[in-house]
Design a binder for this molecule. Structure first.
Ligand code: NAD
Length: 353
């Protein structure tokens, strides 16, 4: 991959390598677009096989954050950091503090947070060296209940679109993965009187959710074998692919997992089968909306109020999709791009401050 060509094609601003010889800290930050504000996106620690693999991941993830933050209506841009290393070996106080100092050196163009393999304890060390960090335990805490709340509102909007009513009472929903987000989603669905089926590869997660709520457990191998109306993937991405699509009998797909469609064309395949897809990054933005609130002064009620707006965003996405005869996934991208474009334009005139 020619990195400058790729950056030019998708409008990237910056790709920064960093290294600390004392601790072995090694990583790459990508700042995709800061039209709306500083780039916000978590730090992922992963044992990438090659440097190119790490760079491809950070480029893809940073751009994804620009779109997610833009559609969510936040005044922040998109960025991401990947650290290259074995999570079981590299971590130490010095490692994280070296990282914090590097983040500080970017002078607020990039704000970091937790992501895969970075824990609240790790981030406490990072916060010792930088002001540009959000999502700490002592402030906004666990984002998962907010993410689940966003998915819940996305699901209600999807029901309105598909069934003409946003009421979840009596609706049949399968939640794949009852971890941090899935568990909280089940709670909200049961509370509204939905009939909930759950599936997970970990027995202890199933035991917990089944002891707390009236749910039906479905073996992971059977999740597409019976009929239900809504599929909520809350485990891993790429669940919509050439192998799974022919098995789908549900009417709506709406879950927290990132990159639900394996490829873009799978969005059109869902459309052909009359299955409504609530775009992943629109409905799973509750977590980032919650941490963003820290920048403004953390207030959980205000964060909740903003997360509930996902309902209206999802309806906007469906409207754009219908009006332009495009898939909801494409409509979401269009909504993000349009918001960035108009905000860039309104800032074009000179105003003395
Ligand atoms: P988690 O690790 O807490 O939960 C995932 C659950 O899925 C686990 O219980 C795991 O056992 C289960 N699982 C894994 N493979 C499975 C399979 N094949 N079949 C059934 N279950 C399986 O993760 P989470 O924080 O709840 O996040 C869930 C998804 O939502 C992830 O894709 C994540 O990227 C995405 N997401 C999470 C947040 C957040 O706030 N946590 C925000 C945005 C997006």
């Amino acid at each position: 991959m020619n990195k400058f060509d790729y950056m030019a094609k998708y409008g990237y601003e910056q790709l920064i390598y960093f290294y600390d010889k004392e601790t072995g800290l090694k990583g790459v930050t990508c700042i995709h677009d800061t039209t709306l504000g500083p780039a916000l996106g978590g730090t992922r620690l992963w044992n990438y096989a090659t440097e190119d693999e790490a760079v491809e991941d950070v480029l893809r993830l940073a751009r994804g954050m620009t779109y997610k933050n833009a559609v969510a209506g936040l005044n922040i841009g998109g960025g991401k950091t990947v650290l290259i290393g074995d999570a079981d070996k590299v971590k130490s106080e010095a490692y994280w503090r070296a990282f914090g100092r590097y983040v500080q050196s970017l002078n607020g163009r990039y704000i970091t947070a937790e992501d895969v393999n970075t824990s609240p304890d790790d981030m406490e060390y990072v916060a010792m060296e930088t002001n540009y960090i959000v999502g700490l335990t002592k402030t906004s805490g666990d984002p998962s209940p907010f993410t689940a709340l966003g998915v819940y509102w996305g699901m209600r909007a999807s029901c309105l679109e598909k069934f003409g009513s946003n009421d979840l009472k009596g609706r049949t929903v399968l939640v794949q993965g009852v971890g941090h987000v899935g568990y909280n989603l089940v709670k909200l669905l049961v509370n509204d009187g939905a009939k909930v089926y759950v599936s997970d590869i970990k027995q202890e997660k199933l035991d917990k959710v089944a002891s707390d709520f009236p749910v039906t457990i479905v073996p992971t191998t059977d999740i597409f074998a019976f009929e239900y109306e809504i599929f909520a993937p809350c485990a891993m991405g790429a669940v919509v692919n050439d192998q799974t699509i022919p098995q789908f009998k549900f009417k709506i797909i709406c879950g927290a997992a990132n990159n639900v469609l394996k490829e873009e064309r799978h969005g059109a395949e869902l459309e052909k089968r009359g299955i409504l897809y609530a775009p992943d990054y629109v409905i799973n933005a509750g977590g980032v909306i919650n941490v963003y609130q820290e920048i403004l002064g953390y207030d959980p009620n205000e964060a909740k109020r903003k997360v509930e707006k996902i309902y209206g965003k999802v309806l906007d996405v469906f409207k754009i999709a219908k009006e332009n005869n495009i898939t909801p996934a494409k409509a979401a991208d269009r909504l993000a791009e349009e918001r960035i474009r108009v905000i860039r334009n309104i800032r074009g005139n000179y105003i003395k401050r």
